[in-house]
Write a protein of this length. Structure first.
Length: 318
């Protein structure tokens, strides 16, 4: 029996299913989480299906979360999507369920749950959920609401099909999802559009981006800056990819100061592998898109020096 068949068997077995995803969700986290929830609601209307976690203001156009009591976890199946390690799971009550399933496309550095399906070749967890549904056309119902969410997740994690993780399979699945009756153009606009304050922050990023001769980029976003621009940490996701549009930039770090004083590190690359660097600093992720943590400005400087070294080595090997 394949892992996908066993996941379907467990889904059929439980009457209550609670679906989680990672903290500070992006479109793929929400797309895979709520896309799966909508598939299960359409397929099993008699079952109780819930999506939980914190709500992100800028992504309300995709989905809202549900509030449930702790007692709802008793005897429930818990599924976590798009989350590499358990400390990043939004809502710690995922531990209270009867059985835990992990579905993810990040490197499986921390296996968790009784059942795990990890596919690092998938562009996104949303692609995996869509593929899962297509594996069992006689057992699962994919409707327009689920298709819209899964399409949004794929678009988000592939950078609108620009990133290397985009494969022929990715495009085939996206094309299939586009065949359902939802407004693809409107959804793409909603994913793409930004607020005026984020537009101004984008200008700040371009003005203050530091780039060395080997294409290593760095910018620091402080709490003082957040107050000045009226933004919060979750909104910075919209600008993470911007340095990559500059031809001279090869890999970069965006260092976001937190209220507690440490820095959230968003690492991106157009070639050099950066997830090994992220792991050194309490993080991880994909080879070209990772996250880490710097405890102070001294560690920020240290991480940037290592980005410089990675870029220099990459250029020598090319």
């Amino acid at each position: 029996m394949t892992v996908q068949s066993e996941i379907l068997r467990q889904i059929k077995k439980y009457n209550r299913i609670i679906i989680h995803r990672h903290l500070r969700p992006d479109p793929d986290a929400l797309g895979s989480q709520v896309g799966l929830a909508e598939i299960l609601r359409a397929t099993f209307p008699q079952k109780e299906i819930y999506q939980v976690g914190e709500t992100v203001e800028g992504l309300r156009f995709l989905a809202e979360m549900e509030i449930i009591d702790d007692q709802m976890y008793k005897g429930a199946l818990v599924i976590v999507t798009d989350t590499a390690n358990s400390p990043r799971i939004s809502d710690e009550r995922f531990k209270l369920g009867d059985k835990l399933i992990k579905i993810d496309h990040h490197p499986n550095d921390e296996p968790y749950g009784e059942l795990s399906w990890v596919d690092t070749k998938a562009s996104s967890c949303s692609e995996m959920i869509a593929a899962f549904t297509l594996m069992f056309p006689n057992d699962l119902i994919l409707n327009a609401r689920a298709a819209r969410l899964l399409y949004a997740g794929i678009v988000g994690d592939t950078g609108r099909f620009l990133y290397p993780a985009t494969t022929p399979k990715t495009l085939e699945i996206a094309a299939h999802l586009m065949g359902y009756p939802f407004d693809v153009s409107a959804l793409n606009r909603e994913i793409e559009q930004i607020s005026m304050k984020i537009a101004r922050l984008s200008g700040y990023l371009y003005q203050h981006l530091q780039v060395n001769k080997n294409g290593a980029g760095k910018v620091i976003l402080t709490q003082k800056l957040f107050r000045e621009y009226g933004i919060n940490d979750s909104e910075t996701a919209a600008i993470v990819s911007l340095p990559g549009r500059i031809d001279e930039v090869l890999a970069w770090g965006i260092f976001v100061e937190q209220p507690e004083g440490y820095y959230r590190v968003r690492l991106r690359s157009k070639g050099p592998i950066i997830n090994k660097l992220a792991k050194k600093y309490h993080g991880g992720g994909h080879p070209l898109a990772s996250g880490a943590t710097a405890k102070n400005l001294s560690e920020v400087a240290q991480i940037y020096e290592e980005i410089k070294e990675i870029c220099q080595l990459f250029k020598k090997e090319c």
